[in-house]
Design a protein around this ligand. Structure first.
Ligand code: IPE
Ligand code: IPE
Ligand code: MG
Length: 259
């Protein structure tokens, strides 16, 4: 569903965060960088550079609003299929962003986590990932997770392998709670709000397990154009949804306190 609520709710949001109404966890597919650049007669990599600016602004806005977790899809398991020059540029950009942004992350009390398969990254990038995670580990504000060489199928398969290695006796009789601690995002609640920019309406192998009951919001805005106003609109749309988790409306209202 495409969000259409145009009202800005930023003034209300400090209060809403206090009441636990702002989504605790927002997951974003930052899509549309290449097409954004192409429309401007620029190379695709220009769009990726601008995408970093949009990510910085979105992370700071989420921190400001009291969102606890922001998880962004930066590079999918399938993105290795892109032309080698673009893949090389993205890996370099990732490295540089980590090196440059660590100070800002600490200034804003943001903890950085990277999820995904690190085995295909250069040793320099793995070192930078580990040192940036360590440098921000004690921060207590927003947890910003970058999903890189991440795929939902990889995550579920990897978790299953790890669970079976730890508990071979559980091969039969597994339940959902057994697997959850082995998934890449085990440290965070499932996303409340999913945002995909760039006009496509698909999950592209992002958090397949974790999105089971997430509210899905799609916007035609390209990621480099995503800003605070667009974030407010997505959150306003989210606040208008009724999350039933399999129940019916009446069950939700009947459990509300009477005063
Ligand atoms: C998203 O933008 C960024 C990455 C996948 C790294 P795209 O690069 O997919 O941009 P479009 O979708 O081709 O416009
Ligand atoms: C999804 O975008 C991955 C990221 C944003 C990192 P893609 O642009 O790779 O997705 P598809 O190929 O259009 O589904
Ligand atoms: Mg794309």
């Amino acid at each position: 569903m495409t969000g259409s609520i145009g009202m800005s709710i930023s003034n209300q949001q400090g209060k809403l965060a206090g009441q636990g109404k702002v989504p605790r966890h927002i997951a974003v597919i930052m899509d549309g960088n290449g097409r954004w650049a192409k429309r401007r007669m620029m190379p695709r990599i220009y769009g990726h550079k601008k995408g970093v600016v949009a990510l910085r602004e979105t992370a700071l806005a989420c921190a400001d609003l009291g969102v606890a977790y922001l998880t962004v899809f930066a590079f999918s398991s399938e993105n290795w299929r892109r032309p080698p020059e673009e893949v090389g540029f993205l890996m370099n950009l990732f490295l540089r962003v980590l090196a440059v942004e660590v100070k800002r992350l600490n200034k804003h009390n943001i903890r950085l986590r990277i999820v995904g398969d690190r085995s295909r990254f250069s040793s320099e990038l793995v070192y930078m990932i580990e040192s940036t995670e360590a440098a921000t580990a004690a921060n207590t504000g927003l947890t910003l997770t970058i999903a890189a060489d991440y795929g939902g199928r990889w995550d579920i398969l990897n978790a299953t392998k790890c669970l079976i290695a730890d508990h071979p006796e559980k091969l039969t009789g597994l339940d959902e709670n057994d697997l959850s601690p082995y998934l890449a995002m085990a440290y965070a609640p499932d996303p409340d709000l999913f945002i995909r920019t760039g006009g496509e309406q698909r999950t592209s192998n992002f958090l397949l397990w974790q999105l089971a009951y997430t509210e899905l919001y799609f916007t035609d805005l390209a990621w480099p154009d995503f800003d605070r106003k667009a974030l407010d609109q997505a959150i306003a749309w989210y606040l208008s949804r009724e999350r039933r988790f399999g129940q019916i409306s009446e069950q939700l209202t009947s459990s509300l306190p009477s005063c």
